[in-house]
Each structure stands twice: as structure tokens, then as C-alpha cells.
Design a protein around this ligand. Structure first.
Ligand code: C2O
Ligand code: CU
Length: 451
């Protein structure tokens, strides 16, 4: 090839590239600055938080499905961190845990938001609890084309805070506790009278996205005078959406629901947690006017269930448990009484799980937490796997109706769940309990996906 020809070819490619970037606006840019923030939970109650961008939750990241997302993360905190994009399927180097962003340093993440749905982000630097629990989390919403047909699209991030009466953070675990549960509960960083109302008019159809960012607490929300129509779990559309007045989320889980405004004009209703005095009551306030009814744009997804051999043994069997002592450093700085295990071992000594990229894997996860049982501490674990989406085949042997796809699933106390997944990207992917006390205490392992 002559050099002038090469030049012309290069020029052509450049022109095409320029044209491509001008026509194709499929990229969004975000900047997350990690800073210490004086955060007002409600008038008169201010606490010191760590945040992404000065607010709790942090800057919402919103992209359209298929868009490239570029996120510049600037660490202005006194300790190293990293960011995990919980639930998104990404190349492993964009996933978070494998890198360290030192104090004062900046890191740029860049990936394609390939799946629509409700996700979130948080640090993954061990121990995770002191950073996540101080308010470092934010919603990550990937819009599907039909989402724009709702009257409005709202995100509610739920959390709890362990504070003294002055709003000062109580460090470590309260005496006798195995997990850190808060005294105050928040939705979008606000509690009690500071929680923003959901303003609606009769006839409207609202999309509600719930995210549980608590490190250990479940949240149960009940709506008065209405039903939620549950459409998505962990960002994934249900083949059989259903109606309920109650939503429960384990740590790390998300639920999307439609709320048809069928209430009375001028009335007030509430979405309240099971412990309303702790601070989560979302007023649902009707205006006087009405609008013509909005039809649901929800599209029932095509079935994609994995085809499995009946009666086949799971490829991987995990037993979640606990043991006395072991001496990992608790987040208060002291030595924790308990350590948490997978197949009898605690991270980093757990045995890595080897899987092949592109190959269907079945996995059974048991809760065999005898120690917790003996201490009469029944608690479900909340198992999260990075790098993929799994199908929930059954819970305690019972198949769910329709297909359920998730990335975080509660394992019932003394029960088990059966899951199936395919790793599409090679890498070392974390599998852990999303009760962060358990994760930091060793209930974590690595899934090694190789070609
Ligand atoms: Cu949301 Cu490995 O975490
Ligand atoms: Cu757990």
C-alpha cells in the first residue's frame, strides 16, 4: 500500500469516527467526588457522612440501555476506596474490587450499560462496612425505552443509621450484636418529617424503584389503599408480574413496582415501613385534579429460562455458616467474636470456585449456620454474585411461578436456594453475603471464570 493511500484511508477512518461520535450521542459522563459531608437527616439532626458528591444517596447515575457510561471517581477521603457497580455485567477490570483508588487519586471507569434496570453503586474496599455504612452509595438507573411512558419515575434508596441522640455515629457493634442495625431509618437520606412526599393525581401511573442499601437490615414497606404491581427484581423484568401491598428487600436487593393512582383526589395515603417510628413513612399525596388513566407500558419479557436436566446434581454446593473466634478485625477496630464461613472457611482462605466462560452452571446455597442457630440468631443471608445475572430455580425446593432473574438472593434460615447462571466475561468474580458484617467477617469467595 502506498503511503498516500494509507493517508487517505486514515483520513477516511478519522472522518467516519468523527461522524460517528457526532451522530451517536450514546455516551454519558459523570463525576463522583468522595467527600466528607455534614448530612441533615431531618431538621435538627445532622450527622457526619461520607458521600459521592455531597449528598446521600450519591449522585444518581442515569443512562439509556446501550449507552457508554464514563465515570470519573475522585477520592477526597482519607482512605483508599474503589467502586462496585452492583448488578451490572461488565468486564472484570470495571467491576470494582480489583483496584484501589488512593486518597487524592482519580480513576476513570468506562463501560457499556448493556442491561436496563435498577442497579446501584458502592465501595468494595475491605472492610466494606465503614465506607458503605457512612453513606457511600448511589442509584444506577439504566432506562428501558418503555420507562418514558410512565407519568414519572422515582427512586427510593433505603438505609439505616446507628447514631446516638446527638446524631453522632456509634462505632462498632453494640454489645452482643452480630450485625450492625440502625436506630434511624432513611429513604433517600431523609428520615421522619424530612421524607419527601410522592405527589400524584388520580389516573396517573408511577414507576417506583426501591433499593436496599442497608448493610444488614431488611426493609418491609406497606402501602395504604393501593397495590404495588411488581414488575422487576434486581433490574430484571418478571415474566409474571404480580400485585401486592407489601415489598420486602434484603440488603442489596432491588424491586421495581408500578403504582396506579386509583385513590381519591385530595386524599393522603402512606407507604410505611414495618418500623415507622424509625423514620420511613413516604406520604402519597393526591392533588385535586384527575388525568385520563395511563396504561402500563410494561412488556412481558420473552422466556429465557435455562434448560436443565431434571434431577441433576448442582455443579457447585455452598454452605453458609459461622464459627466462634478466628479473630478478624471488626469494624470497630476490635476483634469480632464471630467469623462467617463458606464451606467452613473464611475469606481470604475460602476455596475459589472454577467455572468455564459460556457454560451453564447450577449452584445450591444452603444456610447451615449452626452457631447462629445455637445462639438463637436466625437470620437469612443475602447472597450476591458479581459479573452475571442468575435465574432463581427454587427456594427450599419450591419453584417460583414464572422466571425470576436476580443478582442478590436471600437464603432462608436453615433453608437453601438453587440458582443457574452463565459467566459471560472471564475474571475473578466475588460471591459474598450482602450483610456486610458477614462479608467483612469472611463470608466471601471468588468465582474464577476462565475461557
Ligand atoms: Cu453490592 Cu460485592 O457487592
Ligand atoms: Cu450473611
Amino acid at each position: 500500500m502506498s503511503s498516500s493511500c494509507t493517508t487517505r484511508t486514515t483520513r477516511f477512518i478519522l472522518a467516519a469516527a468523527v461522524l460517528f461520535t457526532t451522530l451517536n450521542l450514546h455516551a454519558v459522563d459523570y463525576r463522583l467526588e468522595l467527600v466528607e459531608t455534614e448530612w441533615e437527616l431531618k431538621p435538627g439532626l445532622v450527622t457526619t457522612a461520607w458521600s459521592y458528591g455531597g449528598s446521600v444517596p450519591g449522585t444518581p447515575i442515569v443512562a439509556r440501555q446501550g449507552e457508554t457510561v464514563r465515570i470519573e471517581v475522585v477520592n477526597r477521603l482519607p482512605e483508599p476506596t474503589n467502586v462496585h457497580w452492583h448488578g451490572l455485567v461488565l468486564p472484570v477490570e470495571q467491576d470494582g474490587p480489583s483496584l484501589t483508588i488512593e486518597p487524592g487519586a482519580t480513576h476513570r471507569y468506562e463501560f457499556v450499560a448493556g442491561q436496563s434496570g435498577t442497579y446501584w453503586y458502592h465501595p468494595h474496599m475491605m472492610p466494606v462496612l465503614p465506607q458503605l455504612d457512612r453513606g457511600l452509595y448511589g442509584p444506577f438507573i439504566v432506562l428501558a425505552p418503555e420507562d418514558s411512558a410512565y407519568t414519572a419515575d422515582h427512586t427510593f434508596v433505603l438505609d439505616d443509621w446507628l447514631l446516638d441522640a446527638q446524631g453522632k455515629r456509634v462505632e462498632g457493634l453494640p454489645a452482643g450484636a452480630m450485625e450492625r442495625h440502625g436506630t434511624i431509618e432513611t429513604v433517600n437520606g431523609k428520615t421522619g418529617p424530612a421524607v419527601a412526599a410522592l405527589n400524584v393525581r388520580s389516573g396517573e401511573l408511577h414507576k417506583l424503584r426501591f433499593i436496599n442499601a442497608s448493610t444488614a437490615s431488611d426493609h418491609t414497606l406497606r402501602i395504604e389503599g393501593h397495590r404495588f404491581r411488581i414488575t422487576h427484581t434486581d433490574g430484571h423484568a418478571l415474566t409474571e408480574p404480580y400485585s401486592t401491598d407489601t415489598i420486602t428487600l434484603a440488603p442489596g436487593e432491588r424491586v421495581d413496582a408500578e403504582l396506579a393512582a386509583t385513590g381519591t383526589a385530595g386524599q393522603r395515603y402512606r407507604i410505611a415501613s414495618s418500623r415507622p417510628s424509625a423514620g420511613i413513612v413516604i406520604p402519597v399525596v393526591y392533588g385535586e385534579s384527575r388525568v385520563a388513566g395511563v396504561a402500563s407500558p410494561f412488556v412481558v419479557p420473552a422466556p429465557r429460562a435455562y434448560q436443565l436436566k431434571a434431577g441433576a446434581r448442582p455443579d457447585i454446593v455452598l454452605e453458609l455458616g459461622s464459627a466462634m473466634g478466628g479473630g478478624h478485625m471488626g469494624h470497630g477496630g476490635g476483634t469480632a467474636m464471630m467469623r462467617w464461613t463458606i464451606n467452613g472457611r473464611s475469606h481470604p482462605d475460602t476455596k475459589a470456585l472454577d467455572v468455564k466462560v459460556g457454560k451453564l452452571v447450577t449452584m445450591r446455597v444452603y444456610d447451615r449456620d449452626m452457631m447462629a442457630m445455637m445462639m438463637d440468631h436466625r437470620m437469612q443471608h443475602s447472597v450476591h454474585l458479581h459479573g452475571t445475572t442468575f435465574q432463581v430455580l427454587s427456594v427450599n425446593g419450591a419453584r417460583p411461578s414464572g422466571e425470576i432473574w436476580k443478582d442478590t438472593v436471600p437464603v432462608p434460615s436453615r433453608g437453601y436456594v438453587d440458582l443457574a447462571f452463565v459467566m459471560t466475561n472471564p475474571g475473578d468474580w466475588m460471591l459474598h453475603c450482602h450483610i456486610i458484617d458477614h462479608e467483612d467477617g469472611g463470608m466471601m469467595t471468588v468465582l474464577r471464570a476462565r475461557p
